[in-house]
Design a protein around this ligand. Structure first.
Ligand code: VGL
Ligand code: ZN
Length: 217
């Protein structure tokens, strides 16, 4: 494909869940999650519009294995809206684990979108909670701001980046994922499944490194 991607005033970068609990030493560490921070800072400098997302759970959240008897992290349970993977306690509101990584430096970010705050519903996507019904309001925000193309980077590629990208696409935004500025949890082949799903939907995975060199097609 010819021509580089020129970023303009209708483009927005979502920086997904760059929080201490998803970095090494965090309670739900994404392998090498911290590595993406410098690249994301550099990427964000190219965007006039940046949204930071923040996983933000109350104590005792339904997605925590510790909220269920005899359950371990990474087991699955059936809940009202379908299957739910159980996680270690993570990103509890107001804790240092829920804070953004210290190295994140995107002072011009215009919105911090917190998600996962309903105790009984998880929310991987920045648009819809996992019941696929409850909206966060983000689609309306983007439309009111006249933003039409969504670019994503962050953690984790196969959960919050994946479901945010799929919903952005479904909501009619042209959607791109900077794959080298993401890292995966990789539960049961979830990273490969994410790549297949992006390909079948036409969500483009692009390289932030190449984009920064201005060579992206
Ligand atoms: C995430 C699992 C649970 C993520 C959040 O940010 O990808 N994954 N909560
Ligand atoms: Zn979470």
């Amino acid at each position: 494909m010819a021509g580089k991607l020129a970023i303009g005033s209708r483009d927005v970068l979502f920086v997904v869940d760059i929080q201490n609990d998803f970095c090494p030493d965090g309670s739900l560490a994404v392998p090498r999650g911290h590595e993406v921070v410098p690249l994301i800072n550099a990427l964000a400098a190219r965007f006039a519009h940046v949204v930071l997302t923040q996983d933000w759970h109350p104590r005792g959240h339904l997605s925590f294995a510790s909220s269920h008897t005899d359950k371990q992290p990474f087991q699955t349970i059936d809940v009202a809206y379908g299957k739910q993977i159980l996680w270690p306690d993570h990103c509890v509101q107001g804790t240092s684990g829920a804070a953004f990584h210290d190295g994140l430096n995107i002072t011009h970010a215009e919105l911090v979108l917190r998600k996962g705050h309903h105790r009984g519903v998880d929310s991987y996507s920045a648009f819809y909670e996992n019941d696929h019904k409850t909206r966060t309001g983000l689609a309306g925000y983007l439309r009111e701001r006249g933003l039409t193309r969504v670019f994503l980077a962050g953690l984790a590629f196969d959960f919050c980046v994946r479901y945010s990208a799929e919903d952005a696409h479904r909501e009619g935004f042209e959607t791109f994922v900077f794959e080298d500025a993401c890292r995966s949890i990789d539960v049961d082949g979830s990273a490969a499944a994410t790549r297949r799903q992006f390909e079948s939907l036409g969500i483009r995975c692009i390289s932030a490194g190449t984009f920064m060199e201005g060579k992206n097609s």
